[in-house]
Design a protein around this ligand. Sequence first.
Ligand code: TXA
Ligand code: MG
Length: 319
Amino acid sequence: MSQFLSNCTADAMASAAGQLMAGDLVAFPTETVYGLGADASNSHAVARVYEVKGRPNDHPLIVHIASMERMGEWASDVPEYAIALARSFWPGPMTLVLKRSELAGDFVTGGQDTVGIRVPDHVVALALLEAFEKVGGKGVAAPSANRFGHVSPTNAGAVIEELGDYLQSGDVVLDGGACNVGVESTIIDCTSGAPKVLRPGAISVAMIEECTGLKTTESDSSIRVSGSLENHYAPIAKVLLCETPTPGQGFIAHSSIKTPEGVIRLAAPNNDEEFAQLLYSALREADTQGLAEVVVVQPIGIGIAVAIRDRLARAANGR
Ligand code: TXA
Ligand code: MG
């Protein structure tokens, strides 16, 4: 069993950073979802992340760093517009895919010549990354802290539910409460003349275009993004998107929509931001209650609603 730390003091952060250095895994909160971290320059530690997650090892991991000053160590030929994005939105829910430097080994990038980099916006994540840098660490490779294909965890209890059976005694789980954003970061490919969104998130196309002054293009399916598989982010319960709920089914919809008689309401968010925050814990709750089906009324509109619909479409394809 791993260590569970809910009191994230400076000492606790130093100890977790020490475990990372020793090649152990540290699950930590970010503003999007919880990540399962390993020393990004240690191939053995990174191999354990794939094992614990049950993830195919040609799927690249995101390298998390404490500040954009470290971007140059992991990436090369960083375009102007990527620097503008980093200045505007880091720390924050955005991952930049850049040409890799020599530091970014095949074991992190899944053999691609690019690397995903992110500065997360969460006090515990930043404290961990800073403590890790203090002991000589360069970056923390971390996927979402769930088993491959499952719903990402947005609180520490969900991390234990997902990975508790696979973690070892040197591993650590840091508890930083519930994630503020609730869906994974926007992934932006910055390897060509203009940014391309590979996965929608809280940083929207409109925000990217306004920041860079460039037209943002759509995803290129030749680049491997595991989160872009047709079925992903899925609970055990079947997710239904275009139906009226019937008694015994779970139900997730904006608070303005009433719960029909006999239907089990799992979340009633007041706006799209709350929808994103509550979505994954509501899908997990469906499984905890052993529900066979969950009906979701998707948010319309742009901004984070695009990311919510993207994840729901994949969740609806099932496990
Ligand atoms: O919000 C997030 O991004 C969370 C937190 C923990 O930072 N992380 C996360 O990681 O969602 P993961 O591994 O579950 O999803 C990251 C996605 C994967 O689908 C991966 O294939 C893609 O990012 N990715 C990573 N590096 C890439 C690269 N060099 N090129 C294309 N896609 C990349
Ligand atoms: Mg994931």
